[in-house]
Design a binder for this molecule. Structure first.
Ligand code: 0X9
Ligand code: CA
Ligand code: CA
Ligand code: CA
Ligand code: ZN
Length: 309
């Protein structure tokens, strides 16, 4: 469990309870399913928020994913904040109501429930990053586009950025792949925009990560400009620093490259608070949760808006 002074953070079972509570209180606009199971058999919940949540309506779909990396607990709080904000304020706040009624919002608060649970299962935080397979995999190096291509991951199972034995070898990435593919209907991917929340460094990042080139197969100059423009605008709202992800460092097999290259999804990584630090940067006190999640309210609204363009 989290230490008493950080008890506002949500464990896996508390996250499940939050989802169940939102679904019970707002049954018309909340629908919860499972994307699949983690390596240790935990369900990976997917929450849908929309008017008539039980019906697949022809509305642009937007995906928010959190906690690919075990120790990045603030990101789980980010997804739960989006869940509460877009449910509790539906019907009273016009901007929220409009978004819920004209979008299908998908939220996956805990992509890596085994890792998150392991990270808080000892005396202090463990500083854990990967999943909990016997040879633990960095989920954000396990996605199938240009997997292992370019020195942006490790083939050594002892390394923190171990990419796994094959693309989508990890049950967690495979589950979300299946979920995203299930949103391809009539030959068209319905999800048009995505943010994967990480911590930390206060950055807004866009693809590609596998190459430092701005344009590459599947990324025209015009498409790059759209990423950069929206990325800059979102960063203007939350005070983060915007850049192409490979400007930070090269990664291969990361989620944004796959979402964009394989599905045409406008896919960003947000690195949350704090802006700098050591291992402590992954464990900000729970007192900052409200401020640092609300900080992204406008950026989230901008993405939901852009999803209809
Ligand atoms: O390395 C990662 O997966 C992400 N950073 S973290 O500190 N949260 O682990 C960054 C992924 C963004 N992609 C690139 N930087 N290429
Ligand atoms: Ca506290
Ligand atoms: Ca709807
Ligand atoms: Ca739909
Ligand atoms: Zn991360």
């Amino acid at each position: 469990d989290f230490p008493p002074e950080d008890s506002d953070y949500h464990t896996y079972s508390e996250t499940i309870s939050e989802i169940e509570e939102a679904a019970a209180q707002h049954s018309e606009i909340v629908d919860s399913t499972s994307a699949g199971r983690s390596a240790q058999g935990r369900d990976i919940p997917v929450v849908k928020i929309s008017d008539n949540a039980g019906t697949d309506e022809n509305e642009p779909e937007v995906l928010f994913t959190c906690n690919q990396h075990a120790r990045e607990h603030l990101t789980t709080e980010m997804c739960l904040h989006i869940l509460r904000r877009y449910t509790d304020n539906h019907g009273s706040d016009p901007e929220i109501t409009n978004a819920v009624d004209n979008r299908e919002i998908w939220i996956i608060p805990m992509v890596n429930p085994d890792g998150a649970t392991y990270d808080v299962s000892g005396d202090g935080y463990r500083g854990w990053r990967r999943n909990r397979e016997s040879e633990p995999v960095d989920l954000n190096r396990n996605w199938g586009y240009k997997w292992g291509c370019c020195g942006g991951s490790s083939g050594d199972p002892s390394q923190p950025t171990y990419r796994g034995p094959a693309p989508f070898s990890a049950p967690e990435t495979a589950s979300i792949k299946d979920f995203v593919e299930s949103r391809e209907l009539g030959g068209q991917q319905r999800i048009t925009a995505h943010i994967d929340f990480h911590s930390f460094s206060e950055l807004v990042l866009w693809p590609y990560g596998y190459t430092t080139a701005e344009t590459a197969p599947g990324m025209t100059r015009e498409q790059y400009r759209r990423f950069a423009e929206l990325g800059n605008a979102m960063a203007g709202s939350n005070g983060y620093t915007p850049m192409q992800s490979s400007d930070l460092y090269v990664t291969d097999g990361s989620v944004n490259d796959w979402m964009w290259a394989e599905h045409g999804i406008l896919s960003f990584t947000f690195e949350m608070y704090p802006s700098s630090g050591g291992i402590d940067g992954f464990y900000p006190p729970d007192e900052v949760i409200q401020r640092e999640t609300a900080r992204n309210d406008e950026a989230v609204a901008m993405l939901l808006n852009e999803a209809g363009a």
